[in-house]
Structures are given as C-alpha cells and as structure tokens.
Design a protein around this ligand. Structure first.
Ligand code: 6PG
Length: 452
C-alpha cells in the first residue's frame, strides 16, 4: 500500500522520497520507476534530510509497536514544525498518546485513516484525517489531490477533528465493512441453500449492483462468485476454507461500543460471526449430530427479491449503528465529528463505498438522530419489513444461521419499542442486590423489600 500511495502522490505532480528498512526493497521500487520524481534513501537520516521544510512524512507500517519504533527512529532528525502522518490502521488511543507526546516536542502528528486497499492507494483512497488543524494545512494540498472523488466531484478526504478522530472514523469504517461483508455473505448463503448456482448468484449480485444496493462490496462479490480455481477448475469460492480472519479493527470498534454503552448489535454480531467461523473443527463434529432437511422454496424469484429487501433494510440498520457509535464517540472524546462529512468522504475510494452513502449524507444534513428515523430510510424499511421478517423466519425454520440479518432486525424492533422488559431486569437487580430502580410515575431512586 505504501508503494502505491507513493506512486499516487508522485502522479499528482509532487516529488517524493521513499524509505524502507530493507534497502533492496527501496532500490527495487525506485529502479522500477526511474522516470518518476521518486528518490530512494538508504537510511532514515538520508531520507529525512532530503525533505523540504516543514518535513512531511507519511508512515505506512503495521499498527502497534512498529509505529512507535519508526517514530522514535525519526525523532533525532526532526525539527519543530515537522509533520508525521500515520497512514496505517492504528488504534485511536495510540494515536491520541502519540499526538500528545509529539506535540510536547513541537512536532505535529496526524492520524490518517486510509481506506481502499492497494488499488485505492494507487488510484485514489478515502482519507480520514485527525490531528492539529495546523498540520492539516500542510497536508491538505496533496492529500486532497490523491484522494478519490465523491459523487459531486469533491475529494473524499477531510479533516475530522483532533488527535485520534481520523483513526477512530477509520475504525468505524472497518466495523461497518465487517457488517456489510457479513450481510452479503448471509445473502449468498441463503441463495445457495435454496439451490441457486454460483453463476446464478453472481448474476443476481450483478443485478442488485445496478440498483439501490450498488456498492463496491456487491460488485466484487459478483466477480468472486464467477472466478474459477486454476488448479481444480472448481469455483474458487467453493474451495476457500470457511474461517474468516481479521486484523483487529472490527474488534476494537466493538470493544469501544461496549465502553461507550452504544447498542451496536450488528457490529458485535459481525465480529462474533468471524470468531464462530474459526471453530471449524468443532462445527464439523457438531454438524454430524443434527439432521438438516433439504431446503425447498416455491417461488425463487420472489425469494431473491425478499433477500434483496432484507439485505437493504439490514444495511440501513447497520449504518444507523455505526453512525450512532460515531456520534457517541464524538461527545466522549470531544471531537465534534460531522456525520454528514464522514458519509461524504466514504462515497468514493473506500471499501464501503456505495450509492447509498449519498442518502446517508442527506439524512445527516437534516440533523437526524438515528438513520432509521430519516424519512427516506424509514419508508424503505417499512416497505421491506415483511420481506425481511419472512427471510429471517425462513432461515430460522431451516437452520440457516443469519446473525447479521436477525441482529439488525432485533436492533430495529428494539429501537422502535416504547417498552422493553428492562423493568423486570431492574426489579431482579433490586431483589438480589438492592441495586435500586427508578419508577415511571415519580422521580427518585427506590428500593423494595421483595420478600415481603
Ligand atoms: C480498507 C480496509 C483495510 C483492512 C482490511 C482487512 O479500508 O482498506 O478496511 O484497512 O485492513 O479490510 O481487515 P480485516 O483483516 O480485519 O478483515
């Protein structure tokens, strides 16, 4: 990704210096691009001294200790006012710590979330910037040029707030990415279980990509389902082991939602679904103990439409949760995040880019508290609701796990419930632990003698 980001920056008319701790990698890269304004450095000292003041350095290394190590190695060669941008998937609390440490030394640190994978880095990623506004002024001219474009042609790059805000927003992007992927995979699973072939499902996704569900993830799913394995001639997807791995950003998002007390059912479920998938051996053994009848569906065309509607409604709920978490984090960490802006910079370049984000942007332009309450999305959920419930019921009856679809439906049903059974939980807490409860008919805190 670092190489592609460098090529992208150079292609927009900037000269750039590159450094890798393995000199042969630097030399090979520079050698491949002799015609470009890219210079390679053999040491960090040589690299830093080749830069104009204030020096603007982008670090692209594995999140965690490697970032601290590179910063400590750079420090002896930096002067007040120089800028370090961390473009990796760093944990936002590390970014807060690093910002503080570097700002005390008169340096700027910018936590820069970059999404779009290798291709995005080259052709235009979505860039989520957090740090001091002063540092942003130095980076803005080239970050805006290398970023993808939103639907209105403006850059998918924005300054979002201080210290860890950029990396936080990237973490939530990834959390939503996990949910989107889980929901699409469940749609694929359902369609496969009712007997559709990979090619048929690929065509369905292709079709869906022309409508409301248009998105990068739907597009690549359609391509994935058509791809043959060069060794066996089988569909490649069928020979891939069903154990989903992860690098941690979804789990961090989930953990923070628990810290902030935000009910993000779908996010937590998407993370847990990956964990469950990795219990392959146990699942194989357990599956032998139950019987599964073959799944019969009378009207396939109708079912495909129902799955489409369930997927779209679940997606609305997923984004509602992601944005609710952003809103809570903004208050907790004093960032004043602009939700409309965030939806805007996700319109292009990033993994969750989708047509849908244009409507999300409009919803947050109207100061919507929860995405599901926006008229446009509320009407779509109402329209899709019967299909959504039918799909969930069908899956439950046929023993097809659909944690994404059902947790989104639970989120929706819970959010729109005036009364939940939490009154009983409060009574139980008070019964066994004298934890007290509030009443519906008067203010105050109460405790009862339940054995009376
Ligand atoms: C992006 C992606 C990327 C992430 C991968 C892998 O926006 O370009 O989110 O940053 O690293 O998607 O994530 P997992 O390994 O956790 O699935």
């Amino acid at each position: 990704m670092g190489k592609n980001l460098a090529l992208n920056i150079e292609s927009r008319g900037f000269s750039i210096a590159v450094y890798n701790r393995t000199t042969s990698i630097t030399e090979e890269f520079v050698g491949q691009h002799k015609d470009k304004k890219i210079s390679g450095a053999k040491s960090l000292e040589e690299f830093v001294s080749s830069l104009d003041k204030p020096k603007k350095i982008i670090i692209m290394v594995k999140a965690g200790e490697a970032v601290d190590l590179v910063i400590s190695q750079l420090l002896p060669f930096l002067e007040k006012g120089d800028v370090i941008a961390d473009a990796g998937n760093s944990f936002f609390k590390d970014t807060v710590r690093r910002s503080k440490m570097l700002e005390e030394k008169g340096l700027y640190f910018v936590g820069t979330g970059v999404s779009g994978g290798e291709e995005g880095a080259l052709k235009g990623p979505s860039i989520m910037v957090g740090g001091s506004e002063e540092a942003w002024k130095h980076l803005q001219p080239f970050l805006e040029k290398i970023a993808a474009k939103a639907f209105d042609g403006s850059p998918c790059c924005a300054y979002l707030g201080t210290d860890g805000s950029g990396h936080y927003v990237k973490m939530i992007h990834n959390g939503i990415e996990y949910i989107d992927m889980q929901l699409i995979s469940e749609a694929y699973h359902l369609l496969k279980e009712v007997g559709l072939s990979n090619e048929e499902i690929s065509n369905i996704f292709d079709d869906w990509n022309k409508g409301r569900l248009n998105s990068y993830l739907i597009e690549i799913t359609s391509k994935i389902l058509r791809k043959r394995d060069s060794e066996t001639g089988e569909f490649l997807v069928d020979v891939i082991l069903d154990e989903a791995e992860h690098k941690g950003t979804g789990k961090w998002a989930s953990q923070d939602s628990l810290d902030l007390g935000v009910p993000v059912y779908s996010l937590n479920t998407a993370v847990l679904a990956r964990f469950m998938s990795s219990l392959k051996k146990e699942r194989v053994a357990a599956s032998k103990l139950i019987e599964k009848n073959s799944v019969i569906i009378e009207n396939k065309e109708r079912f495909v439409q129902q799955v489409h509607d369930a997927l779209y409604a679940s997606k609305i709920c997923a984004y509602a949760q992601g944005f609710a978490l952003l809103s809570a984090a903004s208050k907790e960490y004093n960032w004043s995040l602009n939700l409309k802006n965030i939806a805007h910079i996700w319109e292009g370049g990033c993994i969750i880019r989708a047509k849908f984000l244009e409507n999300v942007k409009s919803a947050f332009d109207k100061n919507t508290q929860n995405l599901m309450m926006d008229n446009y999305f509320f009407d779509i959920i109402k329209e899709s609701e019967n299909s959504w419930r039918d799909v969930v019921t069908f899956a439950v009856r046929n023993k097809i796990p659909i944690p994404g679809f059902s947790s989104a439906l639970t989120y929706y049903d819970s959010y729109f419930s005036e009364r939940l059974p939490a009154n009983l939980i409060q009574a139980q807490r008070d019964f066994f632990g004298a934890h007290t409860y509030k009443r519906t008919d008067k203010d105050g805190v109460f405790h009862s003698d339940w054995n009376d």
